[in-house]
Design a binder for this molecule. Sequence first.
Ligand code: 0X9
Ligand code: ZN
Length: 684
Amino acid sequence: MAAAAVVVGAIDTGQPPAHASTSDFAVQLVTVDTPTRADKERLQRLGLDLTEHAGHDYVEVVLHSVEDVDALSAAGFTWDVRVPDMALRTAQVNQINDEYAASTAESPLPSGRTTYRTLADYNADMADLADMRPDIVKPFELPHKSLEGKTVHGIEIGHDVHEAEDGRPVFAIMGLHHAREWPSGELTMEFAYDLVTNDGSDERITNLLDKARILVIPVTNPDGFEKSINDGLLLDLRELDDGGLVSILGTPGNAYKRKNCRMVDGQEPLAGECALASSNGGFGVGIDTNRNYGGLWGGPGASPEFFDPTYRGAGPFSEPETQNIRELVSSRQVTTLITNHTFSNLVLRPNGVKPDTIGPDGHPVGQPHDEEELKALGAEMAAQNGYRNIHGWELYDTTGTTEDWSYNTTGGFGYTFEIGESEFHPPYPEVIDEYLGAGEYEGKGNREAFLIALENAVNTENHSVIAGRAPAGATLRLTKSFATPTWESSIADTIETTMRVGEKGKFSWHVNPSTRPIVMDRQYDVLADEPLHSESFEGTTPAPTEHVDHEFTVTESDVDLLEVTLDWPTPDDMDLEVYYREADGSSRQVASSGQFIGEKERALVQHPEQGTYVFRVINYASVAPSYTVTGSLYATESKTVPRQLIENYTLSCEKDGEVLERIPVVVDRGEQVKAKLRRCFSNW
Ligand code: 0X9
Ligand code: ZN
């Protein structure tokens, strides 16, 4: 089947745009038909630039070259073009942004900004916030410079922020792992402005700055972001003299770059090298920093190929950009974390791989141990921004992502926000709406979602507290070392955090549970071996391109899966479609299967409603005299992988760097335990 061209959201001049570049391929965004999960997995293996924008029967993909188009059609996929020329679209967005900025002195954002920030703007804004309120804003540098030698900046916000840590819980929010996802940095930065400018006047925020410390890292991948924003802002629309035909100045360059600036594994890039490597829209070189974290590193949904958009890197945490976040999160008690991305209007929670996937420990990866709480908080946040609240794996598998590592390693709740409807960097007014909320979400939006996340960070029901008495001025240190499983091996991980005991000699330390979620008991569902009910229909094959329908009724109410299989004796092609018959007699397609020639068909309907289904057997090109179509209904059984370990922290009590006492502490989520220190007092 040929690809139909459906053009949405781009200027349609009726003529192909003129390009300044010699290359005549326009980078485009297409919607690829993937009716089954198997299709999605097959698509994923092609190494194309998949976006997170996907539904049950499609995935949006960025096509950067003729080779990409060829790969897609060679694999038999069909697609619609959504944005036929992304460079043109970016140029158009730039024009909208220029007009908005020219007509608007100050936006309703906390900072009042009217345009996207450049890298220099982010760094200047963080410095400005620290100047504005030095008492509550502490600038910090992440431990590793980027590959190009840039300092990665962050700010810590909270009352008495310059004092030694006092046991308050920590909230972390970050953006721009992916270079082209500009709003992810904007919203992160705006939240910082919101907190800082409302301290003292807004009771809720003032209270939160009393109870928590907030780590803000708007640009985790400064090398990549710099390339994307610099090239992206250069794209320019010019009116031609002969009748206003739209032309475009420049090529996309790195405007759609995703990854970091690693050019060759294990080597630092040469000066200027990364900016020049704008082949294929700049997605070619680099490591996907959101596949480079250690948790299940190298598993499904992360590519071993350097030029793949989801290249995982030479090893877990091989990149300075991910080492930075690792060391930050391992040295603080981050009870809630949000990593911002664009786009697709999603609140994603762990895990990144389908629960029935057999993990490296030989058991199904399962649901996260804290699924219920993670889901509930996700739902609360999603009610503010109108996003879908789902697991990372529900679109496609990923491993080595930020929150899959941070949650499974530290137990702190972690989420990926996929901000915005349909673009990596939409017109700036959309960024404002995403932050403040618009339409039915007016006054809520991601601002409110972030505040709820921050409130969760201080909510003792969802973390742990170690309380007790210790000599005033003592340093308390919590440490824990363990092996974090990657997909094929493991890495050594250490958590080490400190706090200083105040003058009253009492402490209350807000921490993550001592046992990691990954070794706690966890649930997974398996399909029962035997179907609840199964029915087969034999039929005479219709003429090519014709079809035959069979009706199948579901009377049971608690069915987890309807499996429909189609079999025939010859190695040629039939297709299968499954419809649900609505009360008004109309039919709605609920599943389909259109495999390659020779492969038999299998379509799945999750949680089928009661009622009548139609199995449509289509003769695509088969000479078989007859076929068999079978519907089977299955229930799932919930199983448990038992808790493998109880882990403890080691709490040490120190005076001037000398350890006076060490005790083990075990604490579960939602629990408060007393730590009884003795020798620390007697030896003080
Ligand atoms: O693929 C990604 O890294 C993220 N999507 S994006 O379009 N921004 O690139 C999603 C990662 C989060 N998903 C999971 N944890 N599964
Ligand atoms: Zn992203």
